[in-house]
Design a protein around this ligand. Sequence first.
Ligand code: CP
Ligand code: NVA
Length: 298
Amino acid sequence: MNPRHFLTLLDLSSEELRRLIVRASEFKRNPDRNHEPLKNKVLAMIFEKSSTRTRISFETAMVHFGGSAIFLPPRDTQLGRGEPIEDSARVISRMVDCVMMRTHRHETISSFARHSSVPVINGLSDRYHPCQLLADMQTFFEHRGDISGRTVAWIGDGNNMCHSYINAARLLDFNLHIACPEHYAPDPEIVAAGGDRVTLFSAALDAAENSDLIVTDVWTSMGQETEQNTRMREFRGYQVDEMIMAAGKKDCLFMHCLPAHRGEEVSAGVIDGPMSVVWDEAENRLHSQKSLLEFLLA
Ligand code: CP
Ligand code: NVA
């Protein structure tokens, strides 16, 4: 039997995603340390890139659920010495119950998943960051109720997070306004698949107008460090500051997956201000991934 993977948000139906969000909030409200649905189960976590939130939330979720997690940086395994991803997938998945991967290339995760006998979770690739969207959507639902029919503005880079927001807009039926500098727009195929849920703008202020939620992310993602100076120049004008927030609705929320750079993609006044829910958003990584792990494994 093929295991159920979570490589992009679209691996879930709308109903499943909604159920995961509700369940995540239940875990948050009723933390029951005797609930151990994953007793003796093991999650392998392969990290090609750095992480604070993703690593800690998955590891903590597994411990709370009675299982455990193994942290595997490729340089300390044979993956770092060139063992083929397909062979690694076959071997690792014969020993553990689930694998979470953070990779440079999305293809590395999908190829691992094709050869894995256990569920594989995308903990961020160059194309998508679906786990973050579970937390972001949970956070919106908790603060403002259903996101269906609402307007979300994505300001900044058309990156992995932006792609996952497009997928979320499709599944949860909200309008996504995207403003990126020229040459930094999201993948046109992913945009096209978003249909009339997605609108591209060139000015950040236009995208932000009347929105219920404004979201941004770093200008230079992991793996793009050599482009940093160019990006700093080209993204000027795409900072989420007080003026951009003022274009949204009166109760417009601000989110950022973190880590953030105050004074670059977001002003300190916004991220540390009253409409920012970034700390709830970060905490919700734990609760929403518990609901994902339960869904895939229990
Ligand atoms: N938002 C997020 O994925 O954070 P980390 O890179 O710290 O895991
Ligand atoms: N877009 C960022 C997200 C970090 C959580 C990156 O890929 O580095």
